[in-house]
Design a protein around this ligand. Structure first.
Ligand code: GYE
Length: 311
């Protein structure tokens, strides 16, 4: 059939393409899964993937992109660690006519500097988390501590804004402490320890909002070591939906998470294939879903369903 022929043609065109992927690092379980899924997708589609791990440093990402340009790759995937400072290198890719697709985080550069961006609505994720907390505490006073993501990253900025939007009309909800934990378990734990110490051993804290699950998992450990019950004495809400947060939810130690798919590469590669085929310009933003999960949503089953997905 014509459709089948068209598909074969697209596959043949995409086959053998070389794609440079500038990844941030491996700060979280979510990011490890995104890396694995990107590698799997590239293999299935017959691409050569040049993978570069920037160890959280923007300068390493800029160097990787310059090296991809020098090699003449067919496309570049970029998960940008922070939002600012990308203009020059994106300009260089544009001049070399190499399409760039942003994954999971946003940049402050103008949107004609890249082909498209795949990601979630990061402000909305924060709103979902904040709305869940407002409904759950139902008018009771609640002193909240917040673990922010990497300073200057779009998810840290937007997830903070979204959560604040959701609670601003609830006078009973108040963020009393807020600090970065850099999206890692280790820093989530460490910063939570300082929050607990500063808040009467944790007795004055009603809820933790963490910008990702990994920081929440670290914080849960700190809460337990302080002799309190996470999920009960201190409510825990975070973002990502990684397997370990479902485990914590199944054990009653975490309360809610907002799902972020680690499969950003699938939509990115689909957009690139359509672009290579006949110049189809994708939308500037390809948005993934943000679903809320609570303890009522079979966390044990969700854990089982995800645990082998590359997390
Ligand atoms: O939520 C977090 C990660 O950029 C949206 O980065 C992503 C975030 C994700 O390290 O776990």
């Amino acid at each position: 059939t014509v459709a089948a022929l068209a598909m074969t043609a697209t596959a043949a065109l995409a086959e053998g393409q070389t794609i440079g992927f500038s990844q941030i690092g491996s700060e979280s379980g979510w990011r490890a899964a995104e890396t694995t899924l990107t590698q799997t997708q590239a293999k299935e589609r017959g691409y050569q993937l040049q993978f570069s791990d920037a160890q959280q440093k923007q300068e390493n990402q800029i160097a990787a992109i310059r090296s991809f340009i020098a090699q003449g790759v067919d496309a570049i995937l970029l998960a940008p660690v922070v939002a600012t400072g990308w203009d020059s290198v994106l300009e260089e890719a544009k001049e070399a006519e190499i399409p760039v697709v942003l994954l999971d985080r946003q940049v402050d550069s103008s949107d004609d500097m890249y082909l498209t961006a795949v990601g979630s609505n990061l402000v909305h994720e924060g709103e979902v988390a904040g709305t869940w907390l407002a409904e759950t505490v139902a008018g009771k006073d609640c002193r909240i501590v917040e673990l922010q993501g990497t300073t200057g990253s779009s998810p840290a900025i937007d997830r903070k804004t979204g959560f604040e939007n959701a609670i601003k009309d609830h006078a009973n909800l108040q963020i009393v402490r807020s600090q970065t934990g850099d999206f890692t378990r280790a820093q989530g734990k460490e910063v939570m320890e300082s929050f607990l110490q500063a808040e009467n051993g944790g007795k004055d804290i009603c809820a933790l909002y963490a910008h990702n699950d990994d920081m929440a998992v670290g914080a849960i450990q700190a809460i337990k070591e302080a002799g309190l019950a996470p999920g009960k004495d201190i409510l825990v809400v975070s973002i990502d939906a990684v397997p370990d947060i479902f485990k914590a939810m199944a054990d009653g130690e975490a309360n809610a998470t907002v799902e972020l798919t680690p499969n950003m590469a699938g939509p990115a590669f689909d957009a690139l294939e359509a672009y290579w085929k006949d110049g189809t310009m994708p939308a500037k933003f390809i948005q993934t879903d943000s679903r809320l999960y609570t303890q009522a949503d079979d966390p044990a089953g969700e854990y089982e369903a995800r645990k082998d997905l590359g997390y």
